[in-house]
Every structure is written in C-alpha cells, then in structure tokens.
Ligand binder design. Structure first.
Ligand code: FES
Length: 82
C-alpha cells in the first residue's frame, strides 16, 4: 500500500488512488489559491479544469486528478488564506 505525505502528514492510500482523492481523503479541500484569493479544489476530476493543481516532489502546478499516488510522493497544497 503506497504511503505519501500530504502537507507533511504521512498517509497510506489504496493502490490505484489518484493524488486528488488521497488529498480529499486526508480531509484537505483547499488545493490551491486563485489569483483573486479564493480557495480552489477539484472540479472536473478528469484533467480539464486545472483546479486541482498541487506541488508534488517540488514540481508545481501538477493536476492531482490525473496522477496516481506513488509510494514516497511529497504533496503540498496551497495554504488556506489567513
Ligand atoms: S479536477 Fe479538473 S483538472 Fe483535476
């Protein structure tokens, strides 16, 4: 079973789970912050809207709904606005 970190919290996920689902299952629904400052999260779930972008292993703006969680991934979402 893959183990990934989401915002520095280690979680186990079922094989075949997308990163977006892993993030949501971890209780995080704020994936990124728009230019206007609003919280954004997955919308289409199939790689079209780009609302689910996160940083994975230091690479920014990856669509989390299109990637399967792999053991050792380090995922960072945007911090909620203060
Ligand atoms: S949810 Fe739309 S691209 Fe990921």
């Amino acid at each position: 079973m893959p183990a990934i970190t989401i915002n520095k919290t280690l979680i186990s996920v079922e094989p075949g789970t997308t990163v977006a689902v892993a993030i949501l299952n971890a209780g995080v629904d704020h994936f990124r912050t728009s230019v206007s400052g609003s919280e954004r999260g997955p919308l289409c779930g199939m790689g079209i809207c780009f609302e689910c972008r996160v940083t994975i292993n230091g690479i920014t703006n990856l669509r989390s709904c299109t990637l399967l969680a792999e053991n050792g991934m380090e995922v960072t979402t945007s911090e909620p606005p203060a």
